[in-house]
Design a protein around this ligand. Structure first.
Ligand SMILES: NC(=O)c1ccc[n+]([C@@H]2O[C@H](COP(=O)([O-])OP(=O)(O)OC[C@H]3O[C@@H](n4cnc5c(N)ncnc54)[C@H](O)[C@@H]3O)[C@@H](O)[C@H]2O)c1
Ligand SMILES: O=C(O)CC[C@@H](O)C(=O)O
Length: 530
């Protein structure tokens, strides 16, 4: 077996490299120009990066073997996640590994601005002793406006409170209870801008948050306000804040992140001591770098070993614990999805997924994704996976109906019913687990059966009458097709029935037509599960 290959395209801690090396050949190539990255990426199974690499659609489309992209940090805005999802590539990050580092950097920025530490440092090093020039302010009893009360915002709030600051916050997605626990008063954004002595941003950059701080909002703030951005560049309009700082319309700003990085030429670099700039250092502590490298490298290792990732940003809701617990049911869902997809024909319009009995108490989302993965596997083969199954189904216009019926199942552990409507009509299959993980198909088109899935299967709809089984057996024998097992399911004696045959060999071309000509057979279908 050839060893997997991982490309590490930004500097990451050695602890991460060591983990990756357990399962893969690791190449560290930093500062690659885009065209070079596009050229070499086809060789790699995984890509690990920080904020320095831009993983564009072009990179992703060239990464034909990529299974996972790991961002050693929080923000995945330098990765085209939509393109990765479409291509079935898992994107993982380290949501908490650098929380404390980023929060402490924001707090350091608040204090640096208040006491003009960077400017005072420069002055002393220049041989001066300007004690009067560097009179600062205390943060004690000042109002801190926290925009974004997530992980980093919450830690900033906790420490700021310990320093005696009054806290207000704006985050439309957090509850009053969370804000109260953090001793923050939730306010609207306009009020936060007007009341704050310090404003600190801890939100992602989205279309809603782009240029959240601009000339207009700056005009509503106190003339002494100090603004800190250790979140993302582009949340502040850089020319507007540069203008406000130059004209002393606000007290100061400390920025770690920029619309374009590296910052290069910018009006921000021309500003005086009221402006503190750092080169995206929020996550740059030894501790955080070990945390994020280990966190993400472990996930890459796991995915390369066929295990789930714990912080995938593009597999909604499928956390590893759920995946592990549900694994046998996911396999059941995939098998049934694959079968019903073949029975109902190539162009599927609707899939109904019903979780029955005890299974109804489980989250249906992973099961639905598993069923869709199975359903699409004939068309998309290995291109469909747990990441892109839903998006691929949506693009094909497949309607998905999820239902639950806790009362209905003869099987302990419950059963799963799938019904698909497609170009070959409407068909249904039901299945359950025998013991912990053995799959049984328990129903086909509403006829009770009990068979394990097999590589090649033949299903017939027929009239239950003497001789029919023998005729089918002889016909298959004449084509040298060996029958591994056979079962008949019927609702009433001499009524309609199904026959399920597991075959050792694939059915030769044209034999289905012959089967349907056998007296009593009304229809016949084959399914290939290998
Ligand atoms: N400078 C750095 O090196 C560095 C390091 C780590 C994280 N970050 C950045 O810091 C930011 C926050 O990270 P986190 O780990 O706290 O994320 P988080 O997801 O825990 O918190 C983000 C918060 O923002 C809120 N939010 C989203 N949209 C909002 C909006 N329009 N208005 C107000 N609030 C909104 C969310 O409800 C959430 O509570 C991210 O942008 C991340 O990329 C930067
Ligand atoms: O990689 C870095 O140093 C920055 C990471 C930071 O911006 C993040 O979003 O986690």
């Amino acid at each position: 077996m050839t060893m997997a290959k991982v490309l590490v395209s930004d500097p990451i801690d050695q602890a991460g490299i060591e983990i990756l090396s357990q399962v893969a050949q690791v190449d560290v190539e930093t500062k690659l120009p885009l065209e070079e990255l596009v050229k070499i990426i086809p060789e790699y199974d995984a890509l690990m990066l920080r904020s320095g690499t831009k993983v564009t659609k072009e990179v992703i489309e060239a990464g034909k073997s990529l299974k996972i992209i790991g961002r050693a940090g929080v923000g995945v805005d330098n990765i085209d996640v939509a393109a990765a999802t479409r291509q079935g590539i898992v994107v993982v990050n380290s949501p908490e590994g650098n929380t404390i580092a980023a929060a402490e950097h924001a707090l350091a920025m608040i204090l640096s601005l208040s006491r003009q530490i960077p400017a005072a440092n420069q002055s002393v090093k220049a041989g001066k002793w300007e004690r009067k020039k560097f009179i600062g302010n205390e943060v004690y009893k000042k109002t801190l406006g926290v925009v974004g009360l997530g992980k980093i915002g919450a830690h900033v709030a906790t420490v700021a409170r310990a320093m005696g600051m009054k806290l207000i916050a704006y985050d439309p997605f957090v509850s009053n209870e969370r804000a109260e626990r953090l001793h923050c008063r939730l306010v609207d954004l306009d009020l936060l801008f007007q009341e704050s002595d310090y404003i600190t941003l801890h939100i992602p950059k989205t279309t809603e948050t782009a240029n959240l701080i601009n000339a207009e909002s700056l005009a509503t703030m106190k003339p002494t306000v100090r603004i800190v951005n250790c979140a993302r560049g582009g949340i502040i309009d850089e020319s507007a804040i540069a203008e406000a700082l130059k004209e002393n319309k606000i007290g100061g700003a400390a920025l770690d992140v920029y619309a374009n990085e590296p910052l290069g030429e910018s009006p921000l670099t021309e500003l005086g001591p009221n402006t503190v700039l750092t080169p995206h250092l929020g996550a740059s502590t030894e501790e955080a770098q070990v945390n994020v490298a280990v966190d993400v490298a472990e996930q890459i290792r796991d995915v390369l070993l066929g295990l789930p990732a714990r912080s995938a940003v593009n597999i909604p809701g499928l956390n590893p614990d759920v995946m592990e617990k549900m694994r046998p049911y996911l396999s059941l869902a995939e098998t049934l999805g694959n079968m019903v997809g073949q029975l109902a024909g190539g162009r599927i319009e609707q899939l109904t997924v019903r979780l029955q009995g005890e299974l109804a108490s489980q989250d249906s989302q992973p099961i639905v994704i598993g069923a869709l993965k199975g359903l699409l596997s004939q068309a998309l083969r290995e291109r469909v996976n747990y990441v892109n199954a839903s998006i691929e189904a949506e693009e094909r216009g497949i309607r998905v109906i999820e239902t639950k019926d806790a009362s209905d199942s003869d099987y302990s552990g419950g059963s799963l019913y799938l019904e698909a409507e497609g170009s070959k009509g409407k068909h249904s299959v039901m299945g359950a687990l025998l013991g912990d993980s053995e799959i049984r198909i328990t129903n086909l088109d509403d006829f009770p059966i009990n068979v394990p899935p097999a590589g090649y299967m033949l299903f017939t709809l027929h009239r239950d009458m003497p001789g029919i089984i023998g005729n089918i057996g002889s016909l298959l024998g004449s084509y040298n097709v060996n029958i591994a097992s056979m079962q008949v399911g019927r609702k009433i004696v001499r009524g309609d029935a199904v026959m399920v045959l597991s075959l050792d060999d694939p059915l030769p071309e044209g034999i289905l037509d012959e089967i349907t000509k056998v007296s009593g057979i009304t229809d016949a279908y084959t399914v290939k599960l290998s």
